[in-house]
Design a protein around this ligand. Structure first.
Ligand code: ATP
Ligand code: MG
Length: 137
């Protein structure tokens, strides 16, 4: 059993596809162990994506992630980290496989509908960034 962090990004929240995206997780063996809707501050988004600080798109990424509310979730299930990444599809929705969340709900490489932890180690760090232990059931 693993836990991973998922974020439904501002583009997908604005489009009204929160339920459709959650259905992808629940229909594929990932349980919602925690969930909340919030709007990230510039400081929070900057810290969350700190690994990309030196990348040319960092400023736009922080701008985009703070542009509207997001839904943050802990997904739990067998092989949850990799399973979530498979369900998400490639970072660039144009390259994402058919039937993935990004292929179906994302517009561009910056507005790409969802975030998912990329390793078990980062999942633990990202979950702790958003949730207290007692908020995860
Ligand atoms: P995420 O971390 O959001 O789950 P990812 O792991 O698929 O996405 P990363 O390489 O971690 O991709 O990049 C983080 C985010 O930065 C991407 O989701 C995307 O929105 C943005 N990004 C990545 N590469 C580019 C790029 N070349 N141009 C613009 N934005 C980019
Ligand atoms: Mg990433």
């Amino acid at each position: 059993m693993q836990q991973t962090l998922s974020i439904i990004k501002p583009d997908a929240v604005k489009k009204g596809v929160i339920g459709k995206i959650i259905d992808r997780f629940e229909s594929n063996g990932l349980r919602i162990a925690a969930a909340k809707k919030l709007q990230l501050s510039q400081a929070e988004a900057g810290k969350f994506y700190e690994v990309h600080k030196e990348r040319p798109f960092y400023g736009e990424l922080v701008e985009f992630m703070t542009s509207g509310p997001v839904v943050v979730m802990v997904l739990e299930g067998e092989n949850a980290v990799a399973k979530n990444r498979d369900l998400m599809g490639a970072t660039d929705p144009k390259k994402a496989e058919k039937g993935t969340i990004r292929a179906d709900f994302a517009e561009s490489i910056d507005a790409n509908a969802v975030h998912g932890s990329d390793s078990l180690e980062n999942a633990a760090i990202e979950i702790a960034f958003f949730f207290a232990k007692k908020e995860i059931c």
